[in-house]
Design a protein around this ligand. Sequence first.
Ligand SMILES: [Zn+2]
Length: 173
Amino acid sequence: MTLRNILIHPDPRLKKKATPIAAVNDDIRRLADDMLETMYDAPGIGLAAPQIGITERLLVMDCVKDEEATPEPMVLINPEITWSSEALNVYEEGCLSIPEQYAEVERPAEVEVQWTDEKGKQRRERFDGLWATCVQHEIDHLNGKLFIDYLKPLRRQMITRKMQKLKRERARG
Ligand SMILES: [Zn+2]
């Protein structure tokens, strides 16, 4: 397994709509393993392929935050939301591509998602709580959307400027 480099906003690759994965093969499984390792290392609870510069519809997540609890790594290939609850939920969201910036985002409290797993099996499951927020945030990444796109323009611009500064500092080393 290899740790992958996580792209930092703003980056044109984070704004692209990702393409569906045609077949689940060893390359895809290796990519998913790399993404899980990169996510746990960060540490984060979700990572979408576009965040490591691969514009394909694949995401990984594990919303078990308790370090004593058994991890629940999930690999979702070509995920689609098939149902959203009318009830909404607000979570303070963050993103590995927007380090150390957090903001409240309102989303459906429950969603039903259909996807292909790493074995090529069709799955369908209902998510609630943090899992529901996380899966919606990650599917947004596959559509070129970031959580800051839900914020008011002024707040979004402020965060973007901070990220530009962070990237300049990192480039200088
Ligand atoms: Zn994110």
